[in-house]
Write a protein that binds this ligand. Structure first.
Ligand SMILES: C[S@@+](CC[C@H](N)C(=O)[O-])C[C@H]1O[C@@H](n2cnc3c(N)ncnc32)[C@H](O)[C@@H]1O
Length: 240
């Protein structure tokens, strides 16, 4: 079972991961813990506030965040005609801004409104335009046959396969990167709190839904979002 996002910190670590000694080698990422009796609404607000905090925190950005666009995404769109793209759980805009600079018309959805405002400010500085929607993605309508590209980059713990299939235009591309489930063992994350995607889970799920798998890898490498070395999952798939 995968952990509720509200119980993870912005690196995807469980809230009690500091007890694993992981934090000792890194700069502190202190943020108040979620009260155990928090309601679902309070959990959501907590998580939104935490993302707003970390994505814009100067120390965190300098030490534990990669503000460059995701390499898999850069490679996947290289040589493709720009179209319209949906960046799901966009964050502070590193990928959306890259795409916009390549001529894509980008819509980014995220509930971290301050992170979206930061992205808009950068877009203005770069002379590009972005559409940003401050909304919980669980209530956002992705549309039907609407997008040439959907980006799910360290977005959350869902495959989103049905929404992605419906929302992409035929021939449209999905770019997906996240942690492999091996991260749970590496970090000592307890059963019931686990994160990440199992071996071949994404490849099989997307293939079964009718996608053509253009690229699938599970390398041990630097997590593009958080700068930690872990086993990752990387998928590029095309809607047939
Ligand atoms: C690990 S960050 C990744 C950000 C971005 N995709 C990137 O690669 O830089 C996860 C993002 O998902 C957003 N997020 C998580 N759950 C969400 C939800 N239910 N609705 C909207 N945004 C959500 C957070 O606010 C955060 O910006």
């Amino acid at each position: 079972m995968k952990i509720h996002p509200a119980n993870r910190n912005p690196l995807g670590e469980a809230a009690d991961d500091t007890s694993q000694g992981l934090a000792s080698s890194r700069p502190a990422v202190a943020y108040p813990l979620l009260p155990p009796d928090a309601t679902p609404t309070q959990q959501r607000e907590y998580e939104r506030g935490r993302w707003n905090h970390f994505l814009l925190d100067t120390t965190w950005r300098q030490t534990r965040f990669n503000d460059q666009p995701n390499t898999l995404l850069v490679e996947a769109v290289r040589g493709r005609s720009a179209g319209n793209a949906l960046d799901v759980n966009m964050g502070e805009g590193r990928n959306a801004l890259y795409l916009a600079q390549q001529g894509w018309q980008v819509t980014g959805v995220d509930y971290a409104d301050k992170a979206l405002a930061f992205a808009q400010q950068r877009a203005q500085q770069l002379g590009v335009s972005l559409t940003t929607i401050a909304q919980d993605v669980t209530t956002y309508a992705w549309g039907t046959n609407q997008w040439d590209l959907i980006v799910l980059c360290y977005a959350d713990e869902e495959t989103h396969v049905a929404q992605t299939y419906a929302a992409l235009k035929p021939g449209g591309l999905l770019v997906f990167e996240n942690f492999h489930a091996d991260v749970n063992q590496a970090r000592g994350i307890k059963p019931g709190s686990q994160i990440g995607f199992a071996t071949d889970e994404l490849k099989n799920t997307y293939a079964a839904a009718g996608f053509q798998i253009l690229r699938y890898e599970e390398p041990v490498g630097v997590a593009d979002f958080s700068l930690e070395t872990q086993r990752l999952v990387k998928l590029v798939a095309q809607k047939c």
